[in-house]
Ligand binder design. Structure first.
Ligand SMILES: [Zn+2]
Length: 372
């Protein structure tokens, strides 16, 4: 017997599958349209989360920027909250005597918790005898309380002299300055080049730091108009080799955290080379087995630094990373988002922690000879 379906059942039988088919055809397209920059996956993992409010040993933050002097008291409050003993500000710019003002303000807030490093003025490099004169100005600054030198990545990458040529990191005109640091017993914190992803490929779908470069395209140094990262790193290493009496802290894991094997070779080769973990826990924490072995092997040559104006929460992410074996957590609050990955703690032995937190820094600062 033929069943005659009521009209509404025809509608259900014929139209609903058609509707569903329509949705199925549409959904993947809509899903695929999610922009990479909007993707914020929430981890479903249930794993141990350790809260580390204070470090196991007092911390010396050897790499920071405290040039916003009006916040100096606030910096100290955050340092107290997070168990930070001393912070190095690398912002001792000589322009308009700023480093003096920086030192005055820092001292007025605390006599012994802030250190300020000097930045040479490369804009004057064309002056005859610039190297000797700058070395003299540095000595004078040390007399005023400066305790180190800072070089930023413009050297070798963007800074040009009067002839229009890039000033290379190993430009002989700078030699008197490097030598003076050795003579005075002050370290050089040297930053050259940026992450590999900023130099070694276009900003495209294959770039592992795509989201940052999409936001800040001026951070990309890829293309024939730029010197290669490798060239600059080699020039830095030549300077380190040429000035064995001077201590160089090659910041950001010698600016090659992506290749710790090579950093190891350099540390072996240059006894006056030190490194800091500054703003690179995202790189270290995605290779925790290699990073842990590396930190244990080079425990006497690694310093702690954050590059993040004192902030208790940011410090605590660093402590969690160095002290615990917590897994798969977000390093972003430690500095800023760097790459689309989570990190894993290194649970470093106490002996190593103490060296990285303060002993290595104290040993370097202890080499200070001062001015006559
Ligand atoms: Zn910095």
């Amino acid at each position: 017997m033929n069943k005659i379906l009521p009209v509404w059942k025809y509608i259900l039988v014929l139209f609903i599958p058609a509707l569903l088919a329509g949705c199925a055809a549409q959904n993947p397209q809509q899903l695929g349209d999610l922009r990479l920059l909007d993707w914020e996956p929430k981890s479903m993992l249930v794993v141990k989360e350790t809260e580390v409010l204070k470090p196991k040993f007092p911390v010396i933050d050897f790499h920071n920027h405290l040039r916003r002097l009006e916040y100096t008291e606030q910096y100290l409050e955050e340092m107290d909250k997070a168990g930070v003993w001393m912070t190095v500000s690398l912002d001792g710019n000589p322009e308009n005597g700023f480093y003096r003002e920086h030192l005055d303000v820092s001292r007025s807030v605390s006599e012994d918790r802030f250190l300020v490093f000097y930045r040479p003025d490369f804009s004057r490099i064309d002056e005859p005898n610039w190297g000797e004169d700058e070395a003299m100005r540095l000595e004078e600054a040390v007399g005023y309380g400066i305790r180190g030198l800072k070089i930023n990545k413009a050297l070798g990458l963007t800074h040009r002299d009067a002839t229009g040529e890039l000033v290379k990191v190993d430009d002989p005109r700078i030699d008197p300055v490097w030598a003076k640091c050795g003579e005075l017993g002050i370290p050089v914190v040297i930053h050259v080049t940026d992450p590999k992803a900023f130099h070694e490929g276009p900003v495209d779908r294959y770039n592992e730091r795509y989201h940052e470069l999409a936001e800040r395209p001026e951070w990309s140094f890829y293309g024939p108009q730029w010197p290669s990262k490798e060239e600059i790193l080699q020039a830095r290493n030549r300077v380190i080799a040429r000035h064995p009496e001077t201590i160089f802290i090659a910041t950001h894991m010698a600016n090659l955290p992506e290749e710790l094997g090579r950093v190891s070779m350099w540390l072996e080769k240059y006894p006056n080379m030190y490194i800091d973990i500054n703003a690179r826990i995202s790189e270290l924490g995605r290779q925790p087995y290699t990073a842990r072995r590396f930190m244990i092997q080079w425990q006497d040559r690694i310093l702690f630094g954050t590059d993040t104006p004192p902030d208790a929460e940011a410090y605590r992410v660093h402590y969690r990373f160095l002290e615990t074996d917590d897994e798969y957590f977000d390093p972003t609050p430690a500095h800023k988002q760097q790459g689309f990955w989570m990190i894993y703690g290194l649970y470093l032995p106490d002996e190593v922690l103490e060296k990285v937190y303060n002993k290595n820094a104290l040993r370097i600062l202890g080499k200070f000879k001062g001015v006559n």
